[in-house]
Design a protein around this ligand. Structure first.
Ligand code: SME
Length: 164
């Protein structure tokens, strides 16, 4: 496979997600290591969408039940640990449901790892057995940068990369 030059990439967000989805699956073909899969997803998503300011994973820590620990990411320094139920990531881990936050300042308990983050989308990540293994967190410096197109595309990607 080969990358499409950035100037030739589709302007339409859904089309860009479809394109990078296929590129990620092609790169990961045959690779079963979960850290390698998470690192590749973070790198390729961040490269595909320059407006993504922080792109990466918080994973369920088997050593500390009820806590997320930072996983592979692209971006500025992230918090190391987030308890279930705290902030957007902890809420998604506790509920298993995607959250789109248009303005993080209005989200009770939001964890400000970097004050430049203004909006985010967080998607739960499940394994093939349906058990939660972590969350994908994508942040932007603009308010309301994410909508259901982002949420649905990222949910679909997480299913096909990790629930296999
Ligand atoms: N946005 C998260 C915290 C993690 S960072 O932004 C990297 C939250 O409130 O859950």
């Amino acid at each position: 496979m080969s990358y499409v030059a950035r100037d030739d990439r589709p302007a339409d967000k859904a089309a860009r997600y479809a394109e990078v989805h296929d590129e990620i699956l092609a790169v990961l073909d045959g690779e079963t290591n979960r850290v390698a899969r998470m690192a590749t997803v973070g790198s390729m998503l961040a490269d595909a969408f320059p407006q993504f300011f922080w792109t990466g994973f918080y994973v369920v820590d088997p050593a500390r039940p009820g806590e997320l620990v930072v996983g592979p990411y692209q971006g500025t320094l992230g918090c190391l640990r987030i308890p279930f139920g705290r902030g957007v990531c902890g809420t998604v881990a506790a509920t298993g449901k995607t959250r789109i936050v248009e303005d993080v300042a209005a989200f009770p308990g939001h964890i400000a790892c970097d004050s430049r983050s203004r909006s985010e989308v967080v998607v739960p990540v499940f394994d093939a057995a349906g058990d939660l293994i972590g969350v994908l967190d994508v942040d932007a410096t603009d308010v309301a940068a994410f909508d259901t197109v982002d949420a649905e595309a990222l949910e679909r990607l997480m299913m096909q990369v990790f629930a296999v």
